[in-house]
Design a protein around this ligand. Sequence first.
Ligand code: URA
Length: 425
Amino acid sequence: MTPAELIAKKRDGHELSRDEIAFVIRGFVDGSIPDYQMSALAMAIFFQGMDDEETAALTQEMLLSGVRLKWTVGSPVVDKHSTGGVGDKVSLVLAPLLASCGLRVPMISGRGLGPTGGTLDKLESIPGFRTDLSIAELQDIVERVGCVITGATENLVPADRKLYALRDVTATVPSIPLITASIMSKKLAESLNALVLDVKCGSGAFMKTRDHAVELAESMVRAGQKMGIRTTALVTDMNQPLGRMCGNANEVVETLECLTGAGPDDLRYVTLALGSELLVSADRCSNQAEAESLLIDRLDSGAAREVFEQMVNAQGGDLKNVCCVAAEQVVLAERSGFVAKMDTEALGMAVIDLGGGRRRMGDSVDHSVGIDMRVKIGDEISAGEPLARVFADRKVPAIMSRVSGAITIGDSPGEWPEFIVERVR
Ligand code: URA
């Protein structure tokens, strides 16, 4: 079959065989299938979808385009992947927390693009912290410290790197089978025993509705299980920022609070829920309650913070030098009432406009800026009380009014959102 015949087959709603998918991905990576044919196929997949067999075959072929991590015999190797949210610093807490429970965590993370921040950008507010580790360095630190958080190397799933760039400019990113293959191929390359997915849902997430988020979670869980990794997912709320801090350096400060048993309730709750999933999937604990009490002990005793510090040192950073947070300017409530809802995406975009995130790949990031949310949905507030603190070393009146406009104050107490919207196993 020629590439054009294969595109036509998918365009007309037929399933592609494993061999046909292998032919396309290998051809795309070696350059014999040009970008315009791959774009046409991505668009056909966008409209026609893929069944589980096709999605698994696509995931497997993308995985085979690069190298896989290798582990010595020993503790289970686990990871968490989040689809991205505003104020989402769970990875920074969870990787050392799980390592302090005896698991190995090779967390390969990304940079922020658009309203959701990037784990690597947050960590780079620690001067010297390296996010460009080689595979040998990554494996060495995981074996010594228990966890690492770093960026993907060139040779890890090159098919995804190439295909994602094409999807980005052809409006084919929001396709469940394409997202599933993209995320799961990268996680499979880490050679994990267990994976938990945090699929964010709401006004600050890629998936705005519960139904779409559950659909994506189910697709990724099926793909992971088909490929032999114990995979579960939590759909978690992103109708307001997670925790209070949104930015970079200020999120590291909040991470350190959470790592010593303090910090905001929602951040702690979601972190414990995701961690418990992995401790049970990896057979470290026999049930969620046992897992949760082990995690609480590791947070409250300072053991998890100690591992975080070891990881930071191993990656070239020093916690004594975390970048300072910029001067604060307070956003005050204009009326009394109850916090009814938030436009979380607008809050994420405000952080970008302060300089704390990027609109285009390659934009630089100011680690010192950000927002501290002083309210949560359901809180009662009086006119003149603080809604948020904006961190910036210059006057930013337009951003202050956007932050105020992103927080709706109503007359009655609304419902407190559930932190965990759904569990998918
Ligand atoms: N994140 C990824 O890594 N891939 C996608 O396709 C979407 C989000």
